[in-house]
Design a protein around this ligand. Structure first.
Ligand code: KG4
Ligand code: ZN
Length: 349
């Protein structure tokens, strides 16, 4: 059994896994965002400190397991908010060390990929995975269970970040993705012309800042009353353009490689129209499509436990000096494996 902990951003998460089987998956989302209009790193860290123990207790209780049955502790080591990550890493060490258990540090993005390895119907590599979250947007070539190659990524904002910023312009709360999707259902995606960026660019990179800026110009032209009147159309136009870019790049990557299957990961993978578009693309090409449930797309610890099954274990006491890292790649370059060494990364903040 693996106990997994994830605290890279604002959700305090713990899960217990028995091989590819998820026995529990507890997520405590922090609710202070409305107050601040987003995630405040220091506030998020303090909340992780308060929530870590009750969330881990709840995960063990949900799995009907005790700490005595846990064979290894997995934890997100980065990338993410450094203060938030440190709470998770320190908590994991504090649980593992007295029991002489190994520690398994995990790359957060590899965690999103590994959500696809969970039962039921685990997806076997090779496959192409579109990862789109609040902090990252990339196309991952997944050739084995241990890591992924970055085939293309955003040059500026992440897709989720763009959803959140546009949602804010339209007066919606944080995180903006789910609320924007709901509002867009009432709008006409063609009412406003939106730039679908990077589609003429032959590469596999993404860009979302131009779309976000286009939205802010429309809002300025319309004025507060106009925005209030047309916000559903603005949301629908933005969402269609964002999904259009994500799927255009994914289709291009599919055409370039011999990928028998396609998967999604990250919070934006919970987006309904994106999921529907993927179904159409994969049906037309005869590709297998794996869509994990939305609760496994957004941040959770089950995905970290899933990645940990294939990642190196650091024996006690070698991990006592192990540090979290805020940004950057794993030591072995663009192939972001599950961070294999204790020297891996230093915080860059
Ligand atoms: O993976 P995640 O939970 O956290 C990060 O690692 O960033 O992703 C959170 C992001 C947020 O930007 C949120 O607005 C977006 O995922 N998101 C969505 C939807 N649900 C969450 N974006 C579009 N549509 C959704 N339904
Ligand atoms: Zn994430």
């Amino acid at each position: 059994m693996i106990l997994a902990i994830e605290t890279s951003c604002d959700d305090t998460c713990a899960a217990v896994l028995d091989g590819p089987r998820m026995l529990s998956n507890v997520i405590s989302s922090q609710a202070d965002h409305e107050l601040f209009g987003g995630v405040v790193p220091e506030v998020a860290s303090r909340r992780h400190l308060e929530l870590a123990t009750p969330v881990i207790d709840a995960a063990l209780a949900g799995a009907r397991a005790s700490l005595d049955e846990v064979e290894a502790v997995a934890v997100t080591a980065g990338p993410g908010l450094i203060g938030a990550l440190l709470i998770g890493v320190t908590t994991a060490k504090a649980i593992a060390a007295p029991r002489r258990l190994p520690l398994i540090p995990i790359d957060h993005l590899q965690g999103h990929v590994a959500a696809n390895f969970l039962e039921p119907e685990p997806l076997e590599p090779p496959f192409l995975c579109l990862l789109a979250s609040g902090g990252h947007t990339l196309l991952a070539g997944v050739r084995d269970h241990e890591g992924h190659d970055v085939l293309g990524q955003t040059l500026d904002d992440a897709a989720g970040e763009a959803f959140d910023k546009v949602a804010r312009m339209l007066g919606l709360g944080f995180p903006g993705g789910p609320a924007l999707q709901r509002l867009a259902e009432e709008g006409d995606p063609e009412a406003f012309e939106m730039p679908v960026a990077m589609t003429r660019d032959p590469g596999l990179d993404f860009s979302f800042s131009g779309l976000k800026t286009a939205l802010s110009y429309r809002c300025r032209e319309l004025g507060p009353e106009g925005v209030a009147e047309r916000r559903a159309d603005l949301a629908a136009g933005f969402q269609a353009a964002a999904v259009g870019q994500l799927t255009a790049k994914l289709e291009r990557a599919v055409d370039r490689g011999e990928w028998p299957a396609v998967a999604l990961g990250g919070g934006v993978a919970a987006n309904g129209p994106l999921r529907e578009a993927m179904v159409g693309i994969c049906e037309r090409r005869g590709l297998r499509l794996k869509l994990v449930p939305p609760a496994l797309c957004t941040d959770n610890a089950a995905m970290i436990g899933s990645a940990a099954r294939f990642a190196p274990r650091i024996p006690y006491p070698d991990y006592l000096s192990y540090d979290a890292f805020a940004t950057g790649e794993a030591a072995d370059g663009p192939k972001t494996s599950g961070i294999s060494t204790v020297s891996a990364r230093r915080p860059s903040l």
